[in-house]
Design a protein around this ligand. Structure first.
Ligand code: DX5
Ligand code: ZN
Length: 213
């Protein structure tokens, strides 16, 4: 399993140091939450900010685009050094096309669904994607409580992957701590995103280690 600390909960005044710290502590991905104030009711940062961090770390840049019509920003996200670009099913009229666009830029393509969207909505894109992200909170803010009903989606995605020999990783995002993270892993998650749980602890290595079974 992999751990993806979410930069959203880091101290923005000392970002480079925070990222070096979680890299040394054994993080696998850096989860980068791009928010536009339209698709979600919050604004975070964009490619200019994480592009500046790219030369400072070897962590996989796992970019979660919470933006309306993400096709407008996929290219800039790729150029800023993203390794994985994940777009919301709910944010575009052309989810299949955006996924092809991401792949044509040589990046791994992910799709993400909100708590109110069923896994069935993803049927036609599951063969195409490298990652499926299940939102376990409603997107927009760190520090919210895990929504238990999302666990069945993880199990569904795992069963579909086995049945059809799909290759995607299953990632979960929102309200992950040692307890809820364990439930996600038991249900079949491969990657745990955690923001406040990791960055609110002074010992980030202990926090990361506590998410591993
Ligand atoms: C929420 C973001 C998450 C957020 C998670 O919209 O997509 O990545 O940073 O934060 P925690 O782990 O604090 O719920
Ligand atoms: Zn996220």
């Amino acid at each position: 399993m992999k751990i993806a600390p979410s930069m959203l909960s880091a101290n923005f005044a000392t970002l480079a140091d925070e990222i070096k710290e979680i890299e040394a502590a054994g993080a696998d991905y850096l989860h980068i939450d791009v928010m536009d104030g339209t698709f979600v009711p919050n604004i975070s940062f964009g490619p200019m900010v994480f592009g500046a961090l790219r030369p400072m770390t070897n962590l996989v840049f796992d970019c979660h685009l919470m933006v309306q019509d993400p096709e407008r920003y996929v290219e800039a996200t790729a150029q800023a050094g993203a390794d994985i670009i994940t777009v919301h099913y709910e944010a575009t009229k052309h989810i299949h096309r955006v996924i092809q666009q991401i792949k044509s830029l040589g990046k791994k393509a992910g799709v993400v669904i909100n708590p109110g969207t069923p896994v069935a909505a993803l049927d036609s894109v599951l063969p195409e994607v490298d990652l499926v992200l299940i939102m376990t909170v409603n997107p927009g803010f760190g520090g919210q409580s895990f929504i238990e009903s999302t666990l069945t989606k993880i199990a569904k995605l795992k069963a579909l992957r086995e049945e059809h020999q799909y290759h995607y990783e299953i990632e979960v995002d929102g309200g992950v701590n040692a307890e809820t993270g364990r439930k996600c892993l038991d249900a079949g998650a491969d990657v745990l995103v955690a923001g406040s749980y990791i960055f609110n602890q002074t010992d980030r290595k202990a926090a990361i280690d506590s998410l591993r079974p």
